[in-house]
Design a protein around this ligand. Sequence first.
Ligand code: KG4
Ligand code: ZN
Length: 337
Amino acid sequence: MIILGIESSCDETAAALVRDGREILSSVVASQIDVHNQYGGVVPELASRMHLEAIVPVVEQAFGKAGLRVDEIDAVAATRGPGLTGALLVGFTFAKSFAWAKNLDFAGVNHLEAHIHSLFLSDNPPEFPFTALVVSGGHTNIYNVSSEDDFELMGQTRDDAAGEAFDKVAKMLGLGYPGGPVIEKTAIGKDPGLISFPRTMLEPESFDFSFSGLKSSVARYIHTENIRTDSEKAQVAASFQEAVIDVLSAKVIMAAQHRANSMIGVAGGVSANRTFIKKLSEKARKKGIKVFTPPCDLCGDNGAMIAARGYSLIRKGRLCTLEQDVFSREKINTSGF
Ligand code: KG4
Ligand code: ZN
């Protein structure tokens, strides 16, 4: 079964053709970073307009790269939520109309479940049950994943997402958007222990996160210490990143141990952070836990993960009707309904 997967929940317009939920025939991602960079973050109205401009060429490119004609595919899947409503509507409505016009099955996919399914697109995927950390610009969620359809939410952020904290700190330091990659790069070679920013662990048994205190503490430090030079900024970046890594690592390992899982899967934009994955893997190994990530180019938003999740839904007949619409806020375990 060949599925066209479409993603437009935030600032990437993406399309991919995937066979049987695993084999990527093509994957095209058009990023809007250059535009949003000028504003230090995603501007929702601009995102919607740019998705409109990009969606047809991106889908055409996906077919071109795979060397396939439209009549050679079997189904369509698109992100239904969560995300920016206007942005979601572009990809979802395009996909729904495309499927209707070509008489193809259509599934609406939960973006967070799709990030978890991006782990199965690697040559070395985790086995069930495993603990998943979906860590992106909008979410920091821990799940117990017991099958390709069962995602039990164990914890989430009570304020900012980890990726959002990276983006906001980068903005404070004048490093640009998105903050994650630039903070990781800037921090290389600096001693992460030099500034001790807070590690908010919340209640002892809680798998929830809170990053707003860390963000305020970094803001205060930049102001009181009058941080200006590149070297000073790099020092703040390294110490901030270390604080985020410590909290993410401690909580996800604790969640895995709580369920006696020996595998952790990390997905979403922040899973591209090699410093994080290396440190988490070292800490987890000491507890007998192995860490898995998606292939590098599938950590951030992409169409292949949407097709992968779509495949598991479409195979079971969990399709979307023309009346169904996007949702902006999180609803886990609701894809296809
Ligand atoms: O999954 P994603 O592409 O979009 C959402 O669903 O949000 O994640 C984007 C987020 C941004 O906040 C970005 O700063 C962060 O992922 N990110 C990183 C890195 N690469 C992207 N954060 C830390 N280190 C990175 N290398
Ligand atoms: Zn995402």
